[in-house]
Design a protein around this ligand. Structure first.
Ligand code: GLU
Length: 301
């Protein structure tokens, strides 16, 4: 039975094939949706065209299928959604929520950074462009208030956007729409009720909640699953040369993914095919068993 009260999603960026860290995020969001009798959608976040790798979107979909992570409906592709993002930006312009910004990356390089290493925008163009300069990007003006939210794994959290992020970009200087805007517009368009994703995005959530409020869109329920790191403590990613998920030994990879998510499968399932492991895991899924801290895992696959 599908329940319309739960619609989840996995939103990979097709910058390369899925690796073990992305399997953990996909698996957690799939399990949470299936355990709730909900739908699970896939959205291809190919917004940052220069970073996308040709063929990666197809590879990711084939990997999801091979690992038994079946999705519902059509895959939404962000590179086809510019009109929707432009309409949202227009709405933000009309309500005076955004301003053009002329700052270059090098001009901002000396600004303070937050715990995530992101520049805290110092407000340079907030009250008007410097004389003779043209706007390059669009930023949302953020208020000096704490945004509170509940994460199902991390509990009650809050962030002051003005102090820890500053006015943030919704349309980039290179003309591309920013991830924050696209994610909010698409989560609403797809009717997403529950977001389960990697903890590297935890502190993007207040920005997204603020945009949802400004655009009159609903706020989904959030859960952020632990990041998987290599032995050096770096997030598994293309940049840190994480290997692609193996085509064989899928059961071994899934069993390890379940273990790092706090759901070690019983020994008799250790060498199962994906479907057996996924059936067991959907029946036993308890999001409160998922750990909060980053996890070093050597998939050794
Ligand atoms: N595309 C993002 C990523 O691959 C995920 C975005 C999201 O889940 O909101 O890291």
């Amino acid at each position: 039975m599908r329940s319309p009260s739960y619609i989840g999603r996995f939103a990979p960026s097709p910058t390369g094939p899925l690796h073990f860290g992305s399997l953990v995020a996909a698996l957690a969001s799939w399990l949470d949706a299936r355990a709730a009798g909900g739908q699970w959608l896939v959205r291809m976040e190919d917004l940052d065209r220069p970073r996308c790798e040709p063929g990666a979107a197809g590879t990711i979909l084939r990997q999801l299928e091979a690992y038994g992570l079946a999705w519902d409906g059509e895959v939404l592709v962000q590179s086809q959604r510019d009109a929707a993002y432009a309409a949202a930006l227009d709405a933000l312009k009309e309500s005076g929520a955004v301003f053009p910004c002329a700052c270059t990356r090098s001009q901002l390089a000396a600004a303070p950074r937050n715990d995530e290493g992101e520049i805290i925008y110092p407000g340079t163009c907030r009250n008007g462009l410097p004389a003779g300069q043209a706007g390059r990007a669009w930023r949302v003006r953020v208020p000096d208030v704490n945004i509170h939210f509940h994460d199902r794994i991390h509990g009650e959290l809050q962030q002051n956007l003005a102090g820890e992020v500053g006015d943030f970009v919704v349309k980039r200087a290179d003309g591309l729409f920013a991830y924050q805007l696209a994610a909010v517009v698409d989560d609403a368009f797809q009717g997403i009720t529950h977001v389960v994703r990697g903890a590297d995005l935890l502190w993007n959530t207040p920005r997204q909640i603020y945009l949802q409020n400004r655009l009159g869109l609903p706020t989904p329920v959030y859960a952020h699953v632990p990041l998987i790191t290599n032995a050096a403590g770096q997030k598994l990613s293309k940049q840190t040369l994480a290997p692609a998920l193996p085509d064989d030994r899928r059961g071994t990879a899934l069993a390890l993914a379940l273990t790092v998510l706090g759901h070690p499968p019983p020994a008799e399932l250790a060498d199962s095919e994906p479907d057996g492991l996924l059936a067991w895991a959907s029946a036993h899924w308890q999001i409160e068993n998922v750990p909060t801290q980053p996890i070093f895992a050597n998939p050794g696959l």
